[in-house]
Design a protein around this ligand. Structure first.
Ligand SMILES: Nc1ncnc2c1ncn2[C@@H]1O[C@H](COP(=O)(O)OP(=O)(O)OP(=O)(O)O)[C@@H](O)[C@H]1O
Ligand SMILES: [Mg+2]
Length: 508
């Protein structure tokens, strides 16, 4: 007999301003099941999650039931109903500490005379973090955390919300591992497995197909807002799932590496030391793609911002084509160095503005004639770029905040590439980007290198680093601990070099 679903969705539809983004989606998640939900950027995954979370009201006809009981949305008191949702944007408060972010949504731990016990709160955070083998300072402000540390906080908050070990719960995770290095996402996936074996129903959204196939029992595929298939993970393949997502076969995924020798040095970094980065030196040549990777918190996430993000003054530690860069965004720009930041919502987008305005911001003056803005030319340019990068929907006047994560990233890449940079710093360039778009973005990166740019990829995705980069530096505790030359670059070597971390340091 079929178990009755922990959560069932029937005929879920959602229309925004006349545009249907979800159409009659039926989905049931069984207790004890990890159910994958995959689909291209913009296919409607987050919208579905937001309907369940009460952020959006669905169209009429939508029916939702929890443990067989029909519910009206928004679900009242989700915690009591055993429903926890981790949204794609994590919804953390930057100005609050880690412990307060976790405590505020779950009800703080109370001690004597029901005063909030900060000490207990901190202990709980430490214990939860330890299950992941992670160091997290409960007192640190969330605004200071790296992307992967933020996801961990959001996940810990949800786990805490549901209470450990209770059955019949539903947990929904919208791309929880997008910012996590392989080693850490494995820990999260193990945790989900444990939760599922205790009877929790898990809805798991991700663009990392290998993880989805590894961890899920069943996988549902959305294409343009419609559910096209649900498959048992044990009988399907990555190629089949991707083909279902796209509607066509993707073929060879990574672009070919063009090995070039004897090219001039474009970027030179010498003895870079600041905060968690100590004495890092490397060079990148014309046409070269260099990967810098490591476990979370090893310093690699800080380097792009030290080079180009205005975080600190530099004294001749960084040169582009021999020209010294002083660490300010203006001097980086002048030298032809462009940064694509990892946190696009915060650092790369002007959220209130349209797709066009975000695309043309750095070179707006090229669309001016005297005091007038040639907005027809500006829009024509935007349409052309959105076409070239296959941004969907192709709506130049739509507010950028309303595009899906992957499509926002394509707009940022289009803007960056248009400036013909000499050095491109990419921080987690394909985080949250679907298979089709990832292929396009990586081939653009390869093209930029073939045209002479030096590209530095700061990524936690070891497969991507191995497949894309000519040379790879692995970081541990702020320094470069190993370098793989072109003949040595391979994913398993990157993973094992990253993980050789002394047990003593990790436990402290
Ligand atoms: N508030 C909104 N107003 C108008 N359109 C919206 C709004 N929110 C989302 N959309 C549109 O709905 C579609 C589905 O978006 P959604 O965020 O659900 O995609 P997704 O599958 O989660 O993509 P990704 O993998 O990039 O996160 C997109 O075309 C998006 O532009
Ligand atoms: Mg989404």
């Amino acid at each position: 007999m079929m178990k009755s679903p922990a959560v069932s969705l029937k005929n879920v539809s959602k229309t925004f301003d006349g545009v249907t983004v979800l159409q009659d989606v039926d989905l049931a998640i069984l207790p004890g099941e990890i159910h994958g939900l995959v689909g291209e950027n913009g296919s409607g995954k987050s919208t579905l999650v937001k309907i369940l979370g009460g952020v959006y009201t669905p169209d009429r006809g939508t029916e939702i039931a929890l443990r067989g009981e029909p519910v009206t949305l928004p679900v009242r008191d989700p915690q009591r109903n055993g429903l926890a949702i981790i949204h794609q944007d994590l919804a953390l408060v930057e100005e609050m500490s880690v412990a307060d972010n976790i405590g505020v949504s779950t009800g703080f731990e109370r001690g004597l005379m029901s005063l909030i016990s900060k000490r207990r709160e901190r202990r709980i955070v430490l214990r939860l973090a330890q299950t992941f083998g992670l160091k997290l300072n409960p007192n640190q402000m969330v605004g200071e955390l790296s992307p992967s540390e933020r996801s961990v906080v959001a996940i810990l908050r949800a786990l805490r919300l549901l209470g450990e070990g209770t059955t019949g719960n539903v947990i929904v995770l919208d791309e929880p591992t997008a910012a996590l290095p392989r080693g850490e996402s494995i820990k999260l996936l193990e945790m989900l497995r444990t939760m599922a074996s205790n009877g929790t129903a898990v809805l798991y959204i991700s663009h990392r197909m290998n993880e989805v196939l590894d961890v899920c029992d069943r996988i549902s595929v959305l294409r343009s807002g419609k559910l096209v298939a649900t498959r048992e993970a044990s009988v399907t393949t990555q190629a089949e799932i991707v083909a279902l997502m796209l509607g066509y076969e993707l073929g060879e995924f990574y672009p070919k590496k063009h090995v070039r020798t004897n090219e001039a040095v474009r970027l030179e970094v010498r003895n870079l030391t600041y905060g968690g980065v100590s004495d890092v030196s490397f060079a990148a040549h014309q046409g070269e793609i260099v990967g810098i990777t490591g476990l979370a918190g090893m310093g690699q996430d800080d380097i792009p911002y030290l080079l180009a993000g205005g975080r600190t003054r530099l004294k001749d530690q960084v040169r582009v084509d021999g020209q010294s860069v002083d660490g300010s965004p203006t001097s980086a720009k002048r030298a032809g160095m462009e940064l694509v930041p990892g946190n696009r919502l915060r650092d790369a987008l002007w959220l209130e503005a349209t797709a066009t305005e975000n695309l043309t911001l750095p070179f707006l003056r090229t669309f001016r004639r005297g005091p007038l803005l040639r907005s027809r030319a500006e829009t024509a340019f935007a349409v052309q770029e959105m076409h070239r990068y296959d941004v969907r929907p192709r709506s130049p006047r739509l507010q950028i905040a309303k595009f899906s994560g992957g499509n926002q990233q394509k707009i940022i890449m289009a803007r960056t590439m248009h400036q013909n940079p000499r050095v491109i710093l990419l921080h987690e360039p394909t985080q949250g980007v679907d298979a089709g778009a990832k292929k396009e973005i990586l081939s653009l990166v390869r093209q930029a290198a073939d045209n002479g740019a030096a590209v530095i990829v700061f990524s936690s995705d070891s497969e991507e680093v191995a497949q894309l980069c000519h040379r790879v530096l692995v970081m541990r505790y702020g320094s470069v601990s190993a370098e793989l030359s072109p003949g040595e670059v391979a994913e398993d070597r990157i993973v094992s070099l990253s993980q050789r971390v002394s047990a003593v340091r990790r436990a402290s």
